[in-house]
Design a protein around this ligand. Structure first.
Ligand code: ATP
Ligand code: MG
Length: 634
C-alpha cells in the first residue's frame, strides 16, 4: 500500500495508474521489473540484445578501473545505424522520423528513408572535408532537421559532436570550440525567436575570430536571412552546396562500444559548466530503454520533447531515444508563449501529440497565464506527460495534470543529469504517483540516499543522492579533466558511489523526494533545509507564480530564509501579503521555516535551460563576484 509523501507541503493524494495505459504498457508490474533489474548486468545485457551489433560484447560491465567503468566491452556497433539505417528495411521506412515545425507555422517532414539518405550525404561530405573517426565537429544551430542530420552523420563516420546551445554568448561558444579542437563548425543563417530572426552566422563569425582550429564552416540556409559569407577562418560553404552530388549511400563505421560519441556541457546552475563525455553503446542502450519504458513508446506515437537539442534532454530524448525506437519526434523551434501562451496546445492538437515531455520551469511559466489557453484546444491525443530539470513542485504538477492531462494522463517526473545521460529516478506508467517526487530508481539502476559516510539515511531524513552501481549511459569522464571527474563525483562519499550533488529524503514507500542541490541547502538553527521544499511551499500560495530561496546569515539561527518571489498577475506584495506568506510557509513547513525577508522580483536568474541559479542570488546578496555567467539567460 502506498502512503503519501512526507513533505508537509506536498499534495497528499496518491494517484493510481490509469488502467488503460497499464493494459498496453511494456512493463505491467513495477515491483517485478525492479526485482529483475537487481541483476544489473543481466538486465542491461537483455536490453542491449535489442540492437544490431556488428560484433557482440565480451563483457557487459568492466569494473577493473573504477571509476572509469566500461560497458559492453569489445562490442562493435554504430548508433546512427541503429537509429536510422535499421528502420529502412522495415515498415517504418516511409514513416515520418522528424516532424519539424516552427513559430511561423512552417513545417517539414523527413521520413526514415529520407533521413537515411540525407545523413549519408552529410556523412560523405564531412569525410570529404577531412573528418575522420575521432575528430570533433562543433554545431551552433537552431532546432532544425539539419542539426539532427549533422549529429547522425557524425555518428555514422565515427566523429564526435559537440553541440553548443544556440543561445550562448560568443565567449562560451569560443571556449567550447577551442576545448574540443573542432575542425568543422556547422551553423545557420539564423533562428526564429519571437517573431525575429537571430543572426547565428554573425555570432559564429565573431567566435571564429578567436578560434583557430576550425578549417571549414558549413552554413545551413534555414531562416532566409541574407548573410555574409566570409573566409574568416578557413573555408565557408553552404550546406546545400556541400551536399550537392554527394552519394546517398555511405559505409557505416564500426564503432567500439566505448568510442566517444559526444561532448556536452552541464547547465551551469551550480558553477562553471562541466564538459561531459559520453560513449557509444552504453548511452544508446540506456537512453532507448528508459524512453521506451518510462513513456511507453509504441507504434503510432507522436513524441514531443520541448527541450532544446543543445542540452542533454534534447540529445537523449528529443533525438537519439525516439529515433532508436523508430518513433516520430517533433522538433519545434519557438517559445512556449509566442505568438500567445496557447501555442504549445495548438501544436498538440494540430499534430496529435501523444507523449509530451517538458520542464517545471515551462509549466510554471505557462501557469502564470491561467488555465484558459489550454481550453481552446483539443488535447485528448495526450496519453503521458513528463517533466525534467528541476523539482516539479506539487502546484505545477497539479496544474499540468488538470489542465493539460484532463486528470487522465500520468506525469513522469524524471530525475537525471547531463552526467547520467538517461533517466535515473522515475515512475513508469504503472506507478502510483505522488506529486513532487520522481518516485523510485529506474529498474537496473541502484540509487540511494545516504549520509556523508555512505550509510542509507532513515525514512524522512535528509541525505545525499548517490548511485551505488554503474549504469550504462553514465558519462565516462569530464572531457580532458580526469582528475576533476574523480574528485567531483567519486571521492566525497565512501563506498565508491557516484555523488550526484543533490540532497533528498525517502518516504515510507522508498519514494525519493529531491530537496535541491547540496550547494544550495540552507542551515537553519542546525537543521538542513532543502530549497525545493521551501520554494514549493511558497508556490502553493495562490499569489505566487515562482519562488527562489537562499540562506541569509543570521547571528542567532545561523541562517534564515531569504525569498525572491514572482507574483501572479493581479497581485502586489503588500505588508498584508508578506505576513500572509510568512504564515502560509510556516504553516506548511513548521517552525524550521524561519523567514528573513521576502522580495518581489519580475524575473529570477536562470540558466538558458531554465534552471534557477541560486548561486547568483547568493553572490548578489553577499556582494560577491557573480562567478561563471556563461549560461545565464538574458
Ligand atoms: P551544473 O552541474 O553545471 O550545476 P545542472 O546540474 O543544472 O548544472 P543538468 O545536468 O542539466 O545541469 O541538470 C541536472 C540537475 O537538474 C540535477 O542534478 C537536479 O538538481 C536537477 N533535476 C533534474 N531533473 C530533476 C527532477 N525531476 N527533480 C528534481 N531535480 C531535477
Ligand atoms: Mg549538475
Amino acid at each position: 500500500m502506498v502512503k503519501s509523501g512526507n513533505n508537509s507541503n506536498n499534495e497528499k493524494k496518491v494517484f493510481k495508474p490509469n488502467y488503460m495505459l497499464v493494459e498496453e504498457a511494456h512493463v505491467k508490474n513495477w515491483e517485478a521489473e525492479i526485482e529483475k533489474g537487481k541483476d544489473i548486468e543481466k538486465y542491461w545485457a537483455e536490453k542491449a540484445e535489442q540492437f544490431e551489433w556488428f560484433q557482440k560484447w565480451d563483457k557487459v560491465l568492466d569494473e577493473s578501473q573504477k571509476p572509469f567503468y566500461k560497458w559492453f566491452t569489445n562490442g562493435k556497433i554504430n548508433l546512427a545505424y541503429n537509429a536510422v539505417d535499421r528502420w529502412i528495411h522495415t515498415d517504418k521506412r516511409n514513416q515520418v522520423a522528424i516532424l519539424y515545425a516552427n513559430e511561423r507555422g512552417d513545417e517539414k517532414k523527413l521520413t526514415y528513408y529520407e533521413l537515411y539518405r540525407e545523413v549519408n550525404k552529410m556523412a560523405n561530405a564531412l569525410k570529404n572535408l577531412g573528418i575522420e573517426k575521432g575528430d570533433t565537429v562543433s554545431m551552433y544551430m537552431p532546432m532544425c532537421p539539419e542539426l539532427l542530420v549533422s549529429m547522425l552523420a557524425c555518428n555514422k563516420i565515427g566523429a564526435v559532436h559537440s553541440v553548443v546551445y544556440s543561445g550562448l554568448s560568443v565567449g562560451a561558444f569560443v571556449e567550447r570550440m577551442n576545448d574540443a579542437k573542432a575542425k568543422v563548425l556547422i551553423t545557420a543563417d539564423g533562428t526564429f525567436r519571437r517573431g525575429k530572426v537571430i543572426d547565428l552566422k554573425k555570432i559564429a563569425d565573431e567566435a571564429l575570430l578567436k578560434c583557430h582550429t576550425i578549417e571549414t564552416t558549413i552554413v545551413v540556409q534555414h531562416a532566409g536571412n541574407p548573410i555574409h559569407m566570409s573566409e574568416l577562418s578557413g573555408k565557408e560553404i553552404f550546406y546545400e552546396t556541400l551536399l550537392e552530388g554527394e552519394p546517398d549511400e555511405c559505409p557505416v563505421e564500426e564503432m567500439d562500444s566505448e568510442d566517444p560519441l559526444f561532448i556536452l556541457y552541464t547547465s551551469g546552475s551550480t558553477g562553471k559548466p562541466k564538459a561531459v563525455l559520453h560513449t557509444t553503446a552504453g548511452y544508446m542502450v540506456g537512453v532507448a530503454t528508459t524512453l521506451k519504458t518510462v513513456f511507453d513508446i509504441h507504434n503510432g506515437d507522436l513524441w514531443w520533447c520541448t527541450g532544446d537539442i543543445g542540452w542533454i534532454t534534447g540529445h537523449s530524448y528529443l533525438m537519439y531515444g525516439p529515433l532508436l525506437l523508430g518513433t516520430t519526434t517533433l522538433v519545434y523551434e519557438g517559445a512556449p508563449d509566442y505568438p500567445d501562451p496557447g501555442i504549445w496546445w495548438k501544436i498538440v492538437e494540430k499534430y496529435g501529440v501523444t507523449k509530451l515531455y517538458t520542464s517545471p520551469t515551462a509549466v510554471r511559466h505557462l501557469m502564470r497565464y491561467g488555465s484558459k489557453y489550454p481550453t481552446f484546444y483539443n488535447l485528448s491525443s495526450l496519453k503521458i506527460l513528463g517533466s525534467v530539470g528541476e523539482p516539479m513542485n506539487p502546484a505545477a504538477w497539479m496544474w499540468l495534470y488538470k489542465n493539460i492531462g484532463n486528470e487522465k494522463t500520468p506525469i513522469m517526473d524524471t530525475w537525471w543529469q547531463t552526467e547520467t545521460g538517461m533517466h535515473m529516478i522515475t515512475p513508469l506508467p504503472v506507478s502510483p504517483l505522488k506529486p513532487g517526487t520522481p518516485t523510485l530508481p529506474f529498474p537496473g539502476v541502484d540509487i540511494d540516499v545516504v549520509d556523508k559516510n555512505g550509510n542509507p539515511v532513515p525514512v524522512g531524513e535528509d541525505g545525499y543522492v548517490v548511485v551505488k552501481k554503474p549504469w550504462p549511459a553514465m558519462f565516462r569522464t569530464l572531457y580532458k579533466d580526469e582528475e576533476r571527474f574523480v574528485n567531483v563525483y567519486w571521492k566525497d562519499i565512501p563506498g565508491g558511489f557516484y555523488r550526484a550533488g543533490d540532497m533528498a529524503r525517502k518516504d515510507e514507500d522508498g519514494y525519493i523526494w529531491i530537496q535541491g542541490r547540496s550547494d544550495d541547502v540552507l542551515k537553519i538553527a542546525g537543521h538542513r533545509v532543502g530549497t525545493s521544499e521551501v520554494e514549493s511551499a511558497f508556490s502553493s500560495h495562490p499569489a505566487v507564480a515562482e519562488a527562489a530561496v537562499i540562506g541569509k546569515s543570521d547571528p542567532i539561527k545561523g541562517q534564515v530564509i531569504k525569498a525572491f518571489v514572482i507574483l501572479k498577475e493581479d497581485y502586489k506584495l503588500t505588508t498584508k501579503l508578506i505576513s500572509e506568506l510568512q504564515r502560509h510557509v510556516r504553516y506548511e513547513l513548521g517552525p524550521v521555516a524561519v523567514l528573513g525577508d521576502i522580495t518581489q522580483v519580475d524575473k529570477l536568474p536562470k540558466t538558458r535551460s531554465g534552471k534557477i541559479m541560486r548561486r547568483v542570488l547568493r553572490a548578489q546578496e553577499e556582494g560577491k563576484d557573480l562567478g561563471d555567467l556563461s549560461t545565464l539567460e538574458e
